[in-house]
Design a protein around this ligand. Structure first.
Ligand SMILES: [Zn+2]
Length: 167
């Protein structure tokens, strides 16, 4: 049986109901790290599937992909998204980003390609990204980047930023 947003919300609500006021802070922090809640730049905390902040009514950041306008390889982009989801799903004590952006490189030969290293991670509490220290080499993310690069070579100035699903 597939997990629905209603199931997830029910489980998270029960967890918050069970937490003591002291535990609530720790549970909230863990849920933000896991991407099951998000913190707005204003400091407000929100449910993972809210698209505006409960506290300040600002739009949630990083909820849309950014791809070269000519890109039509939706299936390949979804493969990349699934790869990112898999990468971050069970990573211990790593904060799950809202989106990941990739850079263009010529390191892999004559043709430009999307790089597996030097990616940028974006979090809902900041309008700017930070460099991701790890390389996605030898993962589903890397496989998807190779396929996208071969399907349509990135050009200078292209952007590729993919939303990582929360669940
Ligand atoms: Zn806010």
């Amino acid at each position: 049986m597939a997990t629905t947003p209603t199931d997830v919300t029910a489980v998270l609500n029960r967890l918050m109901t069970a937490a003591s006021p002291y535990e609530e802070i720790a549970v909230t922090d863990a849920m933000i790290t896991a991407g099951l809640m998000w913190r707005c730049p204003c400091g407000g905390t929100n449910a993972y599937n809210d698209i505006v902040c409960d506290l300040c009514a600002a739009d949630r950041l990083w909820i849309a992909d950014q791809t070269p306008p000519r890109y039509k390889c939706w299936k390949l982009l979804d493969d990349l998204r699934e790869g990112l989801k898999d990468w971050f799903d069970d990573r211990a004590r790593v904060r799950r980003p809202a989106a990941v952006g990739f850079r263009v490189t010529n390191e892999y030969g004559d043709d430009p390609a999307w790089a597996t290293s030097g990616a940028t991670v974006y979090f809902p509490d900041s309008p700017t990204g930070t460099e991701y220290p790890h390389d996605f080499a030898h993962s589903w993310v890397a496989d998807a980047l190779v396929e996208i690069s071969e399907f349509d070579r990135p050009q200078p100035g292209d952007s590729l930023r993919i939303v990582v699903p929360a669940v």
